[in-house]
Ligand binder design. Structure first.
Ligand SMILES: Cc1cc2nc3c(=O)[nH]c(=O)nc-3n(C[C@H](O)[C@H](O)[C@H](O)COP(=O)(O)OP(=O)(O)OC[C@H]3O[C@@H](n4cnc5c(N)ncnc54)[C@H](O)[C@@H]3O)c2cc1C
Length: 269
């Protein structure tokens, strides 16, 4: 066993102060990544600063017209149960419903997922495709500038993700090709169309974590239809390769899954 001091702040300022006071302190969101990591002895924080009682993170989901704002402490289950979200951003609503299993969805938070930036996490693909903004206690970042590489974000030391916001697109669809054991994405794609602009976020496939497939975006901005992708191919170079699937397998999946996501977005999936 190793010792960990547990703290339960109720404000962002108190949380930040507790974190900076610990030798190797970590924030605790829903614990769905951090606790298993500690159990495997891959992390041994001196202090756990529990964010679950921080009022500024418990603002829930606000849908106003087509503007969406989600507090950092919002669970995946809360997003999956939100009717207003389902009405204006069905792809995002569906995405939350296929994260992990019921226990993970009821404990895990969007703030924790975004801060962690697992290479197969679902939200980052959506936030990139939605041109979303990530809000923190220090400021805000566009999704494009926030996600830097596998497990690497623009967050500074002790910075807390307080929420995300985006304008609902005209059409959106999410398709997830799951690893049946872990339920994480082998490849998942969020397709969004706003006016004549298409954006495609891919997760689970790339070595650097979620990324935008810009060639597909160009093709789909001309014609938002799965057939627009027929002439494209995905290079294997930067694809993940592991016992679940080779780089060439994942490269193929990116195209197949993107087509399915587009079909869903236009009501053909
Ligand atoms: C069995 C299983 C299956 C899963 N399947 C999926 C899946 O299919 N798709 C998917 O996307 N995810 C999946 N997850 C991960 C899950 O979504 C987690 O909820 C998420 O990765 C982390 O969120 P959390 O709130 O639990 O954060 P925690 O585990 O508490 O924290 C994760 C990291 O983020 C930091 N952190 C937490 N909150 C904040 C914050 N607000 N600001 C700054 N830093 C913060 C912590 O210090 C820690 O480093 C799965 C997890 C498990 C255990």
């Amino acid at each position: 066993m190793y010792e960990t001091q547990y703290h339960r702040p109720t404000s962002l300022a108190e949380a930040a102060s507790l974190l900076s006071g610990g030798a190797d302190a970590k924030y605790l969101g829903g614990g769905m990544t951090l606790i298993p990591t500690m159990k495997q002895r891959l992390a041994a924080p001196s202090d756990l600063v529990d964010l679950r009682h921080v009022a500024e993170l418990k603002t829930g989901i606000e849908v106003s017209g087509r503007s969406v704002k989600i507090g950092g402490g919002t669970t995946h289950a809360e997003i999956a149960a939100h009717k207003g979200m389902e009405a204006i951003a069905p792809g995002f609503h569906y995405l939350a419903s296929v994260i992990g299993d019921p226990a993970v969805r009821h404990m895990g938070t969007i703030g924790g997922s975004v801060a962690n930036f697992d290479p197969a996490a679902d939200y980052p693909a959506a936030l990139l495709a939605l041109s979303a903004t990530v809000h923190t206690d220090k400021g805000s970042y566009s999704a494009d500038e926030f996600f830097l590489g596998m497990f690497e974000t623009a967050l500074g030391d002790g910075e807390i993700v307080t929420g995300v916001s985006f304008e609902a697109p005209d059409a959106s669809g999410y398709e997830k090709f799951r690893n049946p054991a872990s339920r994480y994405a082998m490849c998942a794609v969020f397709a969004a169309r706003r006016g004549g602009e298409a954006r495609i976020g891919v997760t689970g496939a790339g070595q650097g974590g979620a990324y935008r497939w810009t060639e597909a975006e160009a093709a789909l901005s001309s014609s938002f239809d799965a057939a627009a992708l027929d002439g494209l191919s995905v290079p294997e170079d930067n694809m993940l390769s592991d016992l679940h699937g080779s780089a060439s397998y994942r490269a193929n999946l990116v195209k197949v899954v993107t087509k399915r996501a587009v079909k869903k977005a236009i009501g053909q999936g």
